[in-house]
Write a protein of this length. Sequence first.
Length: 557
Amino acid sequence: MKLFLLCFLLSVCAASAQIDALFKTSVGDFTVRLDQHNAPLATANFMLLAGIPDDSWEEQSALAFPADPELLYAEGRLGIPYRRLGRLKLNVLHQESQGPGGVATYVVRQGQSILGRTKDTANAQGIFEDVSGKGIVEIHQEPLTDNFSIHIKHQRKWLDNRPGFRVLRDAPMYLNIPVTQIDNGRRFFAGTVTNDPNETVGYRFPDEIAKNHPTIPPWGNNFSQGWVLAMDNHLRNANGSRFFITGLPLPGDFLLMKEWNKRYTAFGLVLTTGGGRSVINTILGLGEPDGTPRTNVNIQSIEIKRISDGDLGFFPHLIQEHLPGETNSLPLRIEKTESTFELVTLLTPKSQRIFLTSSDLQSDRTVFFSSISPFDFEENRLDLLPFVEGQPKSFFEAYWTEIPEWPSKEFSASGARIQCHNLNENGLASGSVELTFNTVPQPNPNEILPFTSGTFRVILPAKTIQFPDGSSTSFPQMNSLGTFTSTYDADTDPFRGVVSIVVSQTTAGSPATFPFEFFNLNFDYRRGTVLDQRISRFTAASDTTGYQIDGVWQKTN
């Protein structure tokens, strides 16, 4: 008889989910409260690399339920509750096969969020397997009983690309890792095995800086408050595993903190409990002038502890669907002709690729990360002649990981209104560029049409630029409106699209480019969707007027 698995329920503890990271170090322990609301990608990645145990919900009674037609899966159906102290309710409902070739499944949910689907029959081990094939969500039947439990597995592989290693490892990664750098008493770095700036875990994910505040600018003053856990990056949208933790800002750090607020994803705050901030100050005092730690400081472990699940739980495996996928080795081959010597890589559309090479067959260095558009259909070829002529004893190795989303490609300005707010030296809105695009037909949903035309309004204050040699250039106030034509390029990066504008006024026109930085900043982990309205970064330059402005943009339709 088909066993019908119903609600596995947990009690509600608080209004919002709270997740702590307990750091155990060689100089003392401290606790960080994670911010999964404003930075779900960074939080989920951190939790997975720290190595959290699998979630398990066990039935409290020995009851089993037959397949009741009255309890078939429906979006609004709550099912019969079961309770487990400290965690929110889950429910399991049966869903009949949908369409030709479909299979009947059990749908595992929390509220309206679907956590996964399993087969509706168990295998020989009594496991209802994940229909996705990833083995993340499973239902287990206890042998010879009618007791069931739901298991959610948390998995994250990382690339150990240290010389002599270059292997894929399972999390946890944050286990006996060193503090690799201490920056002038302001912050210390960890999250990689060494202090090599080229060290990578084989993937990178976008920044989460702009917050969906009711006012512009949206990013807050996280670093100005101090005691922040944040992702480190060398480039925009290049987060991996390396993180840093700050103390209180030093006197005179006002301008530096503003830059950090606009550059780094802050996703945690060091709590005052247990003297944890004193431990941070101790570590910050152990740095040499060049940033080298005077003594070895190890982070022995990072334990993830859920304080409560609030009204909706936070499930890293759902967020991982919006992070780069599993890292894989990328086959390479060399093709030589009379005039070429090329390194050829297989086609991997909608992916990130990282290339490692060595000139002495021992040490590695990262050559580059590249992004492959969803609509690339050609093998990549790299001319090696200039490289191997100077370094004939080289080897090459490459890895790739699928990018689940390409926001810049999915962005459509048809009928959109884009408001760009320039930020002054105090981080306040001091001008705006408003673009309103005409509505154009969309005959092909897989292809972004040129953003042909629209109207604009530019309001920018007078501006003076000081140069290091003491000279300066002044630009007058701008207050103009008119029409424009434009094109859009989204192929080079999943999180960066470039709108090229040509203003059509009585003058000869003012060419300008608007690089828009795309983020999952409005990612709503409770529904597992990316919201339509975005608030994000942009830079714009006018070849005619000399304006170079940085700010934030918001798209509304």
